[in-house]
Design a protein around this ligand. Structure first.
Ligand code: RNT
Ligand code: ZN
Length: 422
């Protein structure tokens, strides 16, 4: 027996004493899809010529090796996927359309054909695709988008969202899986508004017009993502939480909760149970805000663990889990690996908790024992179970994955900088 299998056997025995079935947990864990955001690979720049992200979000740092085109981003995602145990989906933005050399297609004219290479990539890797209209990093997004006072601009973005829904329908058809389309807009004001209502009324009218499109609701799921503020739009965000929560409820859309989009002490882990009492499905962007919506790499931290516990305690099948962060200060493949592995570890941690016992202690108001057991669980041998999970999934363990990244950095990423300097 190898050392790691012996460690696993002992760990499983410890969990059995707590009433937890480790094998059942690993089975469930392997099947939970995490939708990986493509935009960590290139600092949210995209391929359609924007050159930089805008809209109050920002990737800081200049670590070498950023993906500059489809071939590079695809290669990086594939490399990251080999480091990630379990089932995944891929989350694309419209700005990642793949064009022929010299071809220019504006965002309101995009077609499924511009994503055919991504569909092929998804097929090769057994991934389903999720999608996002890109309402930033574009000359017509400098002021406002779906809430714009300029009717031509507003209609441009309405057409963009509609075409994105059609593209997602093509994803769903060709990959035989539903596709989530998430709408996030950067509209807001730097300083105190005189009229908070009109932009929101225009956003509501825009969404109504987008949804009037004929699309297959069984294939394409639409989510709306709120936010409390962004850089340069500190005082007023048109798409606030109340706005979208009500809009989603009224129109049977999914509400998307991003863990960086609330006040610093307001946690999305506490929102999941409430949301699910009123809608069938919920979507999440797991991020890590540091003092603000900074989109740091997700870690295996308290809030990520709490989010995972709420996902497992409620109903994992009703929650669409995605990652959303962008760090340009460290190796971008490592950023994917650490963030997505952290979400998966947190899900494993949640699956290895004796949920029924804990809930019963709460019901009986035996709070001393509840606190003691919750603390005891923090010392449980999760690491050994995680290593076995990685091994069974054919993915490197905690000791090994970084070496794979470092090797890739030497072989591939470093060359990109040389090419650039030419
Ligand atoms: C921005 C939102 C949004 C973006 C992506 C790129 O604050 O979180 O989800 O991060 O669409
Ligand atoms: Zn987000």
């Amino acid at each position: 027996m190898t050392v790691s299998s012996e460690k696993f056997r002992l760990a499983a025995a410890d969990y059995a004493l707590l009433g937890v079935d480790v094998e059942a947990a690993l089975n469930t864990l392997a099947g939970i899809p995490i939708s990986i955001h493509c935009w960590q690979g290139d600092d949210v720049i995209g391929f359609d010529g924007a050159g930089a992200v805008s809209g109050g979000i920002q990737a800081t740092g200049n670590y070498p090796g950023r993906a500059r085109n489809f071939a590079q981003l695809k290669q990086d995602i594939e490399t990251a996927l080999h480091l990630l145990p379990g089932k995944h989906r891929l989350n694309l933005h419209a700005s990642y359309a793949v064009f022929e050399p010299g071809q220019k297609v504006d965002r309101d004219q995009l077609k499924p054909e511009h994503f055919q290479p991504w569909i092929a990539f998804a097929k090769e890797n057994g991934l389903a695709l999720d999608f996002n209209p890109t309402l930033f990093g574009h000359p017509l997004a400098e002021a406002a988008t779906l809430s714009s006072e300029d009717e031509a601009i507003r209609q441009f973005w309405i057409r963009h969202c509609q075409t994105c829904i059609k593209i997602a329908e093509a994803f769903a058809d060709q990959l035989e899986d539903t596709s989530l389309v998430n709408i996030w807009i950067p509209d807001g004001l730097k300083d105190i508004p005189a009229d908070r209502t009109s932009p929101r009324a225009r956003l509501k009218a825009s969404l109504d017009q987008i949804l009037a499109l004929d699309y297959d609701r069984s294939k394409v799921k639409i989510a709306v993502e709120s936010k409390v503020f962004g850089i340069g739009i500190e005082s007023y965000t048109v798409g606030s939480h109340e706005f979208y929560m009500n809009y989603a409820a009224q129109n049977q859309l999914l509400c998307l909760l991003d863990s960086g989009h609330y006040h610093p002490t307001e946690m999305i882990s506490d929102k999941i149970s409430s949301m699910l009492l009123f809608s069938d499905e919920l979507a999440l962007h797991i991020s890590r805000p540091v003092r603000w919506d900074s989109d740091h790499v997700v870690l295996y931290d308290d809030e990520t663990r709490q989010i995972a516990q709420e996902i497992i305690r409620n109903d994992v099948r009703r929650i669409r889990i995605a990652t959303d962060y962008f760090d340009a200060s460290i190796n971008r493949i490592a950023a994917w690996a650490i963030g997505v592995r952290s979400v998966r570890k947190a899900l494993l941690n949640a699956l290895l908790m004796p949920q029924a016992t804990l809930a019963e202690l709460q019901r009986q108001r035996r709070f001393t024992e509840l606190m003691a057991l919750q603390e005891q669980l923090k010392m449980a041998p999760l690491g050994a179970v995680w290593e076995t999970f990685c091994q069974r999934q054919g993915v490197p363990g905690e000791q090994e994955w970084l070496r794979v990244v470092q090797d890739y950095e030497r072989r591939v990423l470093a060359k990109r900088e040389e090419e650039e300097q030419g």
